[in-house]
Ligand binder design. Sequence first.
Ligand code: SAM
Length: 673
Amino acid sequence: MSDSPDASPETQTSPETKAGPPSPTAAGATARSALASPAAPLLARAAQLHKAGDLPAAVQTYRQAIVVDPGFAEAHNNLGAALRAWGKRNEAIVAYQEALALAPDYALAHANLGGALAESGETEAALDHLAAGYLLAPDRPQMGRRLVNVLRRSTPASVTPRVHEALAALVEDPAVEPQSLEPCIVALLNADPRIRGVLDALAAGQPPTVAEAGPPVYAAIAESELPALLAEAVLTDSRLEMLFAILRAAWLEALLEDHPELLPDRALLVALGLQLETVEWSWLESPAEQQRLAGLAERLRDPAARRDGPDAPGAASLALLVYALYRPLDPFYEDAELHALADPAAGPEGLLLYRHLVEPAERERFAAAIPGATPIRDRTSQSVRAMYEVNAYPRWRRLARRPGRRVDLLMPELLPDLRRVSIPFDQRRVRILVAGCGTGRHACMTAQRFAFSQVVAVDLSRRSLSYAAQRARDLELRNLHFLQGDILELGGLGEEFDIIECSGVLHHLASPEQGWRVLCGLLAPGGLMRIALYSDLARQGVEEARAVIREQGLTPTPDGIRAARAAIRALPEDSQARLLAESPDFFSLSGCRDLFFHVREDRFTVPRIAHALEALQLDFLGFELPSEGIRYNYRRRFPEDPEQRDLAKWATFEEENYLTFAAMYQFWCQAKG
Ligand SMILES: C[S@@+](CC[C@H](N)C(=O)[O-])C[C@H]1O[C@@H](n2cnc3c(N)ncnc32)[C@H](O)[C@@H]1O
């Protein structure tokens, strides 16, 4: 839910409607000013027709402009855009290519050509042009977004150097959500013969020694964008995880047996250390490993063992970096010299120490400072809270920074089939409640994407709230405020909200409908509500997994959760429960706790939702769907429901496609009146 699809081609702004010619550096415009062209008036006329939707006339006029000035790159680009909108993709591609032949650094034409090629299924060429567009105009958010939208759906075996360069820049780009780059970066690494060879050997049960396998693997990783990604996103590839887990065990052994030559360079240790902190050390550990780890902890009791590695004087020791692959460094919290190294601005090593030594203490301060808004008296709320105080969920690091949009502009993006939504509240002062904000990912997204909003985010768990507050601080969100409280008690808050969002929360209440009713009492007349609930049909695999975990007597301790992951991975490939090993939640301890060990989980069906909406006097506005494919298939199945708002039809659709709502029923509704 980070980068919304954005396939629309762009045209160069008509020179007549701009104060001056587009800047070649900022927008990657053509070398020659559009204003200088004798065909500039024709371009402006064509652009007007194009904007008005008269595509045949626009195409004709762009062509006239090209006759007058054949070297006019903007006219070729805009012609391509009009042709593409008209459904003439192949002709559009030729027009964009003409534009680029005239102006090879024309960022917009690269991006447009990339978009058209992606639609034609020519992913490799598409990525290359989209990357060129992004590298030429990295400050135009659309360029990055267009590239990411294709990247996130592709798992290429190889890409051009330009795409590699763009990937490296995208991982660091604050406008991009790093998690969206993970599938592509991982696919490229998996296709590297140096990695593939080792993975194949592992799959065949013939693990190579670390001395053999290490150097080529380290080299492949160092050449990839993975190290930077590991600091900011969750690695969700089981085969790579298993490879790294085997290497980690070998490094621990090598360290304790004084074979430092078998260790990788510090950069890889640090990158994996950052990853393991994010996923809370969820990877399986053998008893022998845990025994060695105890030996390492003993060694690190001596402050001298924590610093001054011979290869990097003054820095953290290799022993400390290996320890950080297994456990938080909090036993060394008092070590002032280590603290002095904990500086995110000093690079990945400083960041690792910062996340271990500074952030946890900071979260405690945030937790203590968050106001308590309500008592927590309900027994289910108390046990749910206790669970999230141990396993705050979800683990996340960075969101794409986005400018806010007005509600009336944002809603059609979220619900593209909805014909009209009335917004009866003041859009310059939107009051939003996020109920059950957890670690704040959704709340931060909401505070960012709704312009002129003031957001209050409430949760039971202080630990989750402190994580949320830290991320909100990182994102410099000043319109987001956190409170601790129970949804069931929020009626006493005495406030009214224009928008209420409650995502993945109500099904954890003893009576979800009761909590939902409390929220309705806080919603202004005509206010909007976004709800997300588990689907009974889509969660059958979770039920199976929970049965397996119960049979094995596993409990939600870190070791119990690690063992549960191994148990799920050992299930037959085609079982419903085994599919969960691919879900992002599977990769962190808190995610797995939420998935397999929840203290309270209810599930919904479409009829139950319809019944609740009726009882709560809410109008159903539509589902937010995870893929365009679902929307398309529904439209084909039920063409008589163009707004996609008929819940009886959705019930049928889900029965026919039972994983439709695997990412929950996520929908908008509106208070009547
Ligand atoms: C699965 S997490 C979802 C977090 C967040 N909404 C998201 O989408 O990332 C569920 C959260 O709901 C909170 N929660 C559950 N019951 C609640 C209640 N009665 N009042 C307030 N928060 C509640 C939990 O503490 C937990 O943080």
